[in-house]
Ligand binder design. Structure first.
Ligand SMILES: [Cu+2]
Length: 203
């Protein structure tokens, strides 16, 4: 595989995030419960996809693609540092987000993780925050502040409500979702969890 191993992803992340070293050096993703570190494994089997033409039908996605997501919350700086890695999407990647919703549900977008020419972060009232480009495969990193938080219509999170996103992450009620041209509602997704539970999207 040309894409990073879990170990190299962890090492990369450690280089970026001061203070996450305890979890980052844990072997093979067996991170111990690190208060402000969260992670997810992304798979098509976690999708609850809208099936075109039949809105009542939802289902998993069968794909070779896989990915991982890590986030570290810095309360004092009011930021979340993140790293998203994936490979094997069945067509062009289009966008990736944090969505507000519990497992097996579909929730609104609260944060854009990366964008492409096919799908760009919407322009908020004041300015458009810097959103990294999605690679077709590989790793993208970024920092989330209040300016990156979008309104989740009808779900009680308004633009800029960073603290509410943090609360939802800590409650395990957000998931990372990578979209592709073939699977417009998402090809792989995973629920964020704290500590080592984040590596298993179990029921
Ligand atoms: Cu999304």
């Amino acid at each position: 595989m040309a894409t990073p191993t879990p170990r190299s992803v962890a090492a990369t992340f450690a280089a970026l995030i001061v203070g996450f070293s305890a979890a980052a050096t844990a072997d093979e993703g067996r991170d111990k419960g690190d208060g402000d570190g969260f992670s997810a494994r992304l798979s098509g089997y976690n999708e609850v996809h809208f099936i075109a033409g039949t809105p009542a039908l939802r289902g998993a996605i069968s794909t070779q693609a896989r990915g991982s997501f890590r986030a570290v919350i810095d309360d004092r700086a009011n930021t979340i540092h993140y790293e998203l890695s994936y490979e094997g999407l069945e067509s062009d990647v289009t966008q990736a987000h944090i969505h507000f919703g519990q497992r097996h549900t579909v929730g609104g977008i609260v944060v854009w993780l990366c964008e492409t020419d096919a799908a760009k972060h919407p322009v908020p009232a004041l300015r458009r925050p810097v959103t990294p480009q999605c690679p077709q495969a590989g790793t993208v990193t970024g920092t989330i502040g209040p300016d990156k938080v979008l309104t989740a219509t009808g779900q009680g999170i308004d633009a800029g409500e960073f603290d509410e996103v943090v609360r939802a992450i800590r409650a395990g009620r957000v998931y990372a979702n990578v979209h592709s041209a073939t699977f417009g509602s998402g090809e792989i997704r995973g629920q964020l969890r704290g500590g080592d539970r984040g590596h298993h999207d179990r029921d």
